[in-house]
Design a protein around this ligand. Sequence first.
Ligand code: UDP
Length: 248
Amino acid sequence: MSFKVNILGVKVDKVNVNEAADIIMEYIKAKDKPASVFTPNSEIIMMGYRDEEFRDILNSSELLTADGIGVVYASKIVKNPISERAAGYDIACATLERLAKIGGSVYLFGSKPGVAELAGKNITEKYQGIKIAGYSDGYFNEEKEKTIITNIQRSNPDLVFVCLGAPKQEKWIASHKNELPNAVYMGIGGSLDVFAGTVKRAPEFFTKHGIEWLYRLCKQPSRFVRMLELPRFGFKVLLKGRKFPQEK
Ligand code: UDP
């Protein structure tokens, strides 16, 4: 059995939410390097398929999980199946639960001004024991970016949520990894909005039946163009997916 599935050149770890959170905690406890965790959906895998540099960024992460039913189906098509999806938000919750037990800290970076603070308030209420190392919104110029990096360095967190949307967050983490302190950096898109309560997660009916994309499309019709990647991804995997070598 292999531990990764190669989907159009992007090598996704075959882990569920709890396994992913356990792996993240190992990196946090070791604290011996900056580790990155990305959670690609089919749209992000398509970005990696088209752009070699971005694909390398995804493949060089310490953990890459399948965020989206499309990726799970794709793994079945290439005959190296992942059993279930491991969405970024769910992994973040499972990690916070574990981190709270050891009194660890999380730095919240991304989203519109004020969202991270609101998310922090809800996180400390729900996961008692967690410390918030700091906050920064996700809209910055070069000067503000330097301050953000200094703040992360000074607060020396265990975990950093980087919520700038894809591919910005993955590229940001990869390009600053060398100057960032030893911690786990998770690129988890709109998760701070969900923690803050400014965006609602799809009801269980939608996530259970693999149609969370439909819920998000109804809520944010502007996502329509982005979502055209979904059928393109499906066709590409059907046509070319099996040509990519799978680890034995
Ligand atoms: N965002 C940000 N800075 C930017 C662009 C986006 O902080 O320059 C934030 C945005 O406010 C939102 C998140 O990134 O909170 C992206 O959310 P989206 O739902 O698009 O991400 P996905 O989860 O689909 O990758």
